[in-house]
Design a protein around this ligand. Structure first.
Ligand code: HEC
Length: 117
């Protein structure tokens, strides 16, 4: 009985691990195109768009179970958002949020959040 339980646990853990690492594309290998990275975002437009984000992500950078996204360098921010938008990084809510945004809007959000402490 013990063995069966153990085997079941291993199976579940294994499924959980392969479930987070997408089988098709590995997040670590994800690259954002030069064209997208070259877009200069407008921080004022980003501030306007950020109203959709700060209900979950704290604008003061504090962590309450949802990761802090303030003060990131623009490239990392764009990379994270594009990995959700292009469905390489798994997360239903963020895939939906990022999927609705254009590349220009993502650049604007990156420019705005970078200015926050
Ligand atoms: C409903 C709550 C919710 C909303 C709204 C939301 N997010 Fe998120 N966001 C999350 C959660 C939860 C995670 C962690 C997801 C994960 O584990 O991949 C996350 C992750 C992120 C990350 C990656 C953080 C990291 O540490 O890798 C970025 C960047 C981000 N969100 C930006 C945004 C932006 C920009 C918006 C607004 C357009 C937004 N989020 C709206 C909940 C939300």
């Amino acid at each position: 009985m013990r063995f069966i339980y153990f085997a079941f646990l291993v199976f579940i853990t294994d499924a959980a691990i392969s479930g987070t690492e997408s089988d098709t594309t590995d997040v670590a290998d994800f690259e954002v195109s030069k064209e997208i990275l070259a877009i200069i975002g407008d921080p004022e437009y980003g501030e306007y768009l950020a109203g959709d984000c700060t209900g979950c992500h704290q604008a003061d950078g504090s962590y309450d179970g949802i990761p802090s996204i303030t003060g990131w360098d623009i490239e990392s921010f764009v990379w994270a958002m594009q990995s959700y938008k292009q469905k390489v990084r798994e997360h239903p809510v963020m895939q939906m949020m990022a999927g609705r945004l254009s590349d220009e809007e993502i650049a604007a959000l990156a420019a705005y959040f970078e200015t926050l402490e």
